[in-house]
Design a protein around this ligand. Structure first.
Ligand SMILES: [Zn+2]
Length: 190
């Protein structure tokens, strides 16, 4: 836990430095405050517009430089440089709450809590995506073993990998990095 707090502190510093360096930018950092106010206030958690529907085919593609302005350093490493979070360290491997997991870069719905299972690997694991169309699967030969990389279909963010040793009904295990996800808790029924 101490590690997470320290990391967050570093992220806040990093984000503030980044934004002050691009003053006037209207990148997708929204704090909901007076838009004319300068300098902009920054938040540790960037606001994202969530999309709950199946991917409509309209990609959100930006350059690495553009993503760098928007994402936190950790998000950038995970999603644009295919990083892997340290197992048992992330926000979601042990999350058992009901809700929906969105792409941390573009907000597209990716996974649902009802398809999540405890894989024991230390990474959030799902046996299927929310919609098959919302993820792209790509052959990854970066290690000796050939793996299947999983990316967000809309913004092509690296999410993790999919393996064929998961539980039924699919037999698949989508092994995903927490920083690539944003969890929205389901609202309690009235
Ligand atoms: Zn995305």
């Amino acid at each position: 836990m101490r590690f997470i707090i320290l990391s967050l502190g570093a992220l806040i510093v990093g984000t503030a430095a980044c934004v002050s360096g691009i003053s006037g930018s209207n990148a997708a950092v929204s704090d909901g405050a007076d838009p004319s106010a300068t300098p902009r206030r920054t938040k540790a958690v960037r606001e994202i517009t969530y999309t709950d529907a199946e991917f409509d085919g309209k990609e959100v593609l930006m350059t690495d430089a553009e993503w760098k302005k928007i994402l936190t350093p950790v998000e950038y490493t995970m999603m644009r440089e295919a990083g892997t979070e340290t197992p048992f360290s992330g926000a979601y491997f042990n999350n058992h709450e009901d809700g929906v997991y969105y792409c941390a870069a573009c907000g597209l719905v990716l996974f649902r809590s009802e398809n999540k299972f405890d894989s024991g690997t230390g990474w959030p694991s799902f046996y299927q995506p929310a919609f098959k169309k919302n993820v792209i699967e790509k052959v990854d030969r970066s290690l000796d073993e050939v793996r299947t990389e999983v990316l967000c279909a809309r913004c092509h963010a690296h999410l993790g990998h999919v393996f064929d040793d998961g539980p039924q009904p699919t037999g698949l295990r989508y092994c995903i990095n927490s920083p690539a996800l944003r969890f929205k808790k389901a609202e309690a029924p009235e």
